[in-house]
Design a protein around this ligand. Structure first.
Ligand SMILES: O=c1ccn([C@H]2C[C@H](O)[C@@H](COP(=O)(O)OP(=O)(O)OP(=O)(O)O)O2)c(=O)[nH]1
Length: 158
């Protein structure tokens, strides 16, 4: 069962400590905003027993907005997410992003994770996205699990 936006809102806070804005809280989840955009600049590596994330360049917004050419980017969210026990999280793109030929991809947000996470932002047509603009929606579903997330991304950017 997916939780309500009101439930999710209690597990999220802005990275800059401002309160969540009321337009972020949706019926079924909470909209995540764009914090920072990175472009990967060196290869990553996925081994059988480990992984390395490639180097990346942080893009500078122009007058507060990122003007992105078609390509793949890493979006850092503007919120701290905490996934409570007995839940799992996912992110869906804001439909207006998708309608503008861009897509936000998610992996699984594990129970116990807390941090400022990131997503893959795929841009199919030039787009302008303002820092702080809502780009996707975080949802929480009730889930069984054994153990909680204790990997290297735990507490990232906190
Ligand atoms: O789109 C996503 C999905 C997940 N996460 C966060 C929450 C999640 O709990 C954590 C780790 O995700 P995952 O377990 O998929 O990463 P991994 O590559 O398997 O890392 P580890 O080896 O630490 O488990 O990253 C994100 O920031 N973005």
């Amino acid at each position: 069962m997916f939780r309500s936006g009101k439930f999710v809102a209690k597990r999220l806070r802005k990275a800059n400590d401002e309160p969540l804005s009321s337009d972020q809280v949706q019926p079924n989840g909470v909209d995540l905003t764009l914090g920072t955009v990175y472009e990967q600049s060196s290869p990553g590596r996925i081994d059988r027993d480990g992984k390395t994330v490639g180097e990346r360049l942080e893009l500078e917004p122009d007058d507060g907005a990122f003007r992105l050419e078609p390509g793949n980017y890493v979006a850092e969210y503007g919120e701290v997410v905490r996934v409570p026990d007995s839940h799992v999280g996912f992110v869906y793109p804001r439909s207006s992003l998708m309608r503008n030929s861009a897509m936000l991809h998610t992996a699984v947000w594990d129970a116990g994770y807390e941090g400022i996470g990131e997503g893959l932002l795929q841009v199919g047509h030039e787009i302008e996205i303002r820092r702080g603009a809502r780009i996707g929606q975080f949802v929480l579903a009730a889930a069984d699990h054994e153990g909680v997330y204790e990997g290297e991304y735990q507490g990232e950017r906190l």
